[in-house]
Design a protein around this ligand. Structure first.
Ligand code: HEM
Length: 355
């Protein structure tokens, strides 16, 4: 091969690598607000700390908002948008409605940030920072959040119905859903570890207690003592909105007990237990590793959160920085810029909380 050929190939490889790197990391940066809103993290943390005083579940709810934002058309704050003439909200998609929560706290963070640095911090970035701070406040890892996302001006309810994973998906389906987002099997297992805190409603797991896969019997991969506990919390034909802890051992702490629970068949959701109980699955070794080594879980979790936070981001002059997280700016003008979310009242309305 001639030397000019070699140089051409080398240049192509460098260009390809640079292109690949910039595409996979978009233009997000951990220092994005250093000059324009240096206290963004502290301000966000303080609002969450205050909310935790009356709502120990709120951190879990906030990280879930970031996940459900990123999985539907990228991390663009679209899950926060209310219905309007132009928006069919994601928050009322089947898997979000009466399920995702925390909008009032996002509004409180936005209000505090608008007061400190008006028009600077996007709602999509607020969700990413809130997710990290929530994990850190629950004794989990901290990390440098990559920032600079812009807010989208559309929502995609149909997309939410299609792409969000359901608690009755098979392991193969979960892998496919995650792969479509650029997330591999290790990402699936580490991110599922977010179920180390927070709650789930009876409706999301009660089939496992009484009629698993239409067998008329409970899920055979559910620990019998745990089964009895859960049947007490969620009686057949009872209130489907009653809550159970996702992690029966340390419900509000971010740790690796989620994985030791799975080893004892104490996973709450079908999709949790499948990671360990699917015969021959490659996820079993990952669960065992995370169960025996919390640092390995934390490292992997951080890496996966950074990957998830990069899905489909808008940067530069794309999208906008919303002034009100629930409204696109075109709909904010003329209003009093009241920070208010349409289903906010539901945040406090539920919580018939058992265990
Ligand atoms: C692997 C696929 C996943 C499925 C099928 C799934 C499903 C669910 C379900 C059904 C609930 C309870 C919802 C309700 O009660 O209405 C829930 C709660 C939760 N999910 Fe997931 N999830 C998945 C992945 C994730 C990921 C990737 C994260 C974050 C990184 C996450 C974080 C949470 C948290 C923290 C809660 C508790 C929220 C709260 O208490 O408000 N989940 N999930």
């Amino acid at each position: 091969m001639s030397s000019s050929h070699c140089i051409a190939i080398a240049l192509f490889c460098i260009a390809f690598l640079l292109g690949g790197i910039s595409a996979s990391h978009a233009q997000l940066s951990s220092t994005f607000y250093d000059a324009t809103c240096p206290n963004v993290t502290n301000i966000t943390r303080a609002v969450i700390e205050n909310a935790l005083l009356s709502d120990p579940r709120i951190g879990a709810s906030l990280i879930r908002l970031h996940f459900h934002d990123c999985f539907v058309d990228g991390c663009d704050g679209s899950i926060l948008l209310n219905n309007s003439d132009t928006i069919e909200s994601e928050k009322e998609a089947a898997l979000n409605n009466n399920s995702v929560r925390g909008f009032g706290v996002v509004d409180d963070i936005k209000t505090a940030l608008e007061s400190a640095c008006p028009g600077i911090v996007s709602c999509a970035d607020i969700l990413a920072i809130a997710a990290e701070e929530s994990v850190s406040l629950a004794e989990g890892p901290s990390w440098a959040v990559l920032l600079g996302r812009r807010d989208g001006t559309t929502a995609n309810r149909t997309g939410a119905d299609i792409t969000l994973p359901s608690a009755v998906d098979t392991l193969d389906t979960l892998k496919e859903v995650f792969l479509a987002m650029g997330l591999n099997t290790t990402d699936l297992v580490s991110l599922s570890g977010a179920h180390t805190f927070g709650r789930a409603r009876c409706v999301t797991f009660s089939d496992r207690l009484y009629d698993f896969n239409s067998t008329g019997n409970p899920d055979p991969t559910l620990n019998s003592t745990y089964l009895e506990t859960l049947q007490g919390i969620c009686p057949q034909d009872g209130n489907e909105n009653v809550l159970a802890n996702l992690d029966l051992t340390t419900p509000d702490t971010f740790d690796n007990n989620y994985f030791s629970n799975l080893q004892l068949e104490n996973g709450l959701l079908q999709t949790d237990q499948e990671l360990f109980s699917t015969t021959g699955a490659d996820t079993i070794d990952i669960v065992n590793n995370f169960s025996s080594d919390q640092d390995a879980f934390f490292d992997s979790f951080v890496e996966s959160m950074l990957k998830m936070g990069n899905i489909g981001v808008l940067t530069g002059s794309e999208g906008e920085v919303r002034l009100n997280c629930a409204l696109v700016n075109a709909d904010s003008s003329g209003s009093e810029s009241f920070l208010h979310s349409s289903i906010e009242t539901r945040d406090n309305a539920e919580d018939k909380y058992a265990i």
